[in-house]
Design a protein around this ligand. Structure first.
Ligand code: CA
Length: 232
């Protein structure tokens, strides 16, 4: 199956000409295209249609792309939705904020639709290649995690982690390069019914870094959102 094979893309763009052009190219490449022209409409369609990829313009009426991005990442059921931002050159600082809010990639206007389609395919391929839930081994430089043996090694040496530290590390290694909100991590490691606060996540991340100093710089804090494990 190709990366585009029946994948559904939601394009959020208020400029009709761009919307039409991008739709045309994506359909030609085998994507199924959904469209929205405002931030509010985008959130509604994401919830109802559950697209595989979001192409999100920054400057939108009603609610801008940054706010849409933030809300998508904050909701557990859409937190992992791949997002490509469409930005203008003048919005460079917003682009940085967008990436911090969890967008996966961005394309600067004016872009060629061909280049955008290529980015979309590359992103989907990258995510498909990412270890699936059933994967049992992860590597990160000299760090190796074996889920089957419930073991973490740094080179030859075994590192002893608590169950929660182990769970956190597993979730980070499974999603390198992606912003994981404290809520996502809390739900993934402690479970939905856990009766604690997101501060718990901070405390455990700190302990994980103390036990594995190589993660000190590799796990970056994303302001007011959560954490990200830098891609190697
Ligand atoms: Ca716009």
């Amino acid at each position: 199956m190709t990366a585009s094979g029946s994948k559904r893309v939601l394009i959020v763009e208020d400029e009709r000409d761009i919307l039409k052009l991008v739709t045309h190219y994506l359909e030609k490449e085998g994507f199924r295209v959904l469209t929205a022209t405002t931030g509010i409409e985008a959130l509604k369609k994401i919830q109802e249609e559950k697209p595989d990829l979001l192409m999100l313009d920054l400057m939108l009426p009603e609610m801008d792309g940054l706010e849409v991005c933030k809300r998508v990442r904050a909701a557990p059921e859409t937190a992992m939705l791949p997002i490509i931002m469409l930005t203008a050159k003048a919005e460079e600082s917003d682009t940085v904020i967008g990436l911090e809010l969890g967008a996966d990639d961005y394309v600067t206007k004016p872009f060629s639709p061909k280049a955008l389609v290529a980015r979309a395919k590359a992103l989907l391929r990258r995510l498909e290649r990412a270890p699936a839930a059933e994967s049992t081994r992860y590597r990160y430089g000299p760090l190796a995690m074996d889920l089957g043996r419930h073991e973490v090694r740094l080179g030859e040496k075994e590192v002893l982690l608590t169950a929660k530290e182990f769970g956190l590390l597993e979730h980070l290694l499974r999603n390198p390069g992606r912003v994981l909100t404290r809520d996502i991590l809390l739900n993934a490691v402690w479970g939905y019914d856990y009766y604690g606060t997101t501060r718990t996540v901070d405390v455990h991340i700190r302990r994980l870094k103390q036990k594995l100093p190589l993660l000190d710089e590799a796990i970056v804090s994303v302001k007011s959102m959560g954490y990200k494990l830098k891609e190697l």
